[in-house]
Design a protein around this ligand. Sequence first.
Ligand code: ADP
Ligand code: MG
Length: 263
Amino acid sequence: MPSVADAHLGGRPRTEHPVIAMRDVVKRYRMGDTDVHALRGISLEIDRGDFVAIMGTSGSGKSTLMNIVGCLDVPTRGHYWLDGVDVRTLEDDDLARIRNRKIGFVFQSFNLLPRMSAAANVELPLTYAGVHPKQRRARAVQALRSVGLGERTHHVPSEMSGGQQQRAAVARAIVTNPALILADEPTGNLDTESSIDVMSVFASLHAQGRTVVLITHEDDIAAYAQRIVKLRDGRIIDDHRRDASGAHSTHVAHAEADHGVFR
Ligand code: ADP
Ligand code: MG
């Protein structure tokens, strides 16, 4: 059955849609009597299994883009399909449901509940998703094991290091088996060693075939990704993919350049 995105993206049926497809996304914020142009026309496709770093200086629009990609906010103008679904067609309830089902979020500040154990924190999205209580704990423990925290399931956040807390947050992000893992400056509060720890977890998630989109302003963090998209003043100014060796990179074509992206 063709998806909504297929209908919008042209006549040819596609066997698999991208996880993210954006066309001419604009986001404006009203501040008093002035408009802040946070995004000035973003067109972007991200395929399943890719590992993408979104880069740019402070104020370039990274978090705004992440909020739209994560269905936490909606574009002022333009189109966005998440996993083939046009998000404009969704009511708030459906948006919340799709967010829970399709996206695992990781934030700079971990956002773990302080009084709950690592396992209980990781179980939360399963509770919202209506997973049977008997299955929740087993899946949470499995997710914690996969990020190297199998020994820490009963610890509360204050008993864990920053790196361990962030790995618990990654476990919480993957426990629902989402189509997309979305991380906004996930190493922003971590020292170098913990950053490497957390980034190796993202690298292994990517190696397992998961789709990871990570926001950072640090080159050595972006270096873990296969593709680097650079923002400036709410526009994409560069989009490159590295080859397997990491030695060479190729430019990723965009709709504005050759109208090939949304064929
Ligand atoms: P980054 O994450 O790259 O630092 P942001 O997406 O947070 O950038 O911000 C992009 C621009 O939009 C900035 O000029 C910022 O001040 C503005 N902005 C972001 N969120 C809001 C908001 N809720 N209201 C008004 N302006 C905002
Ligand atoms: Mg930001």
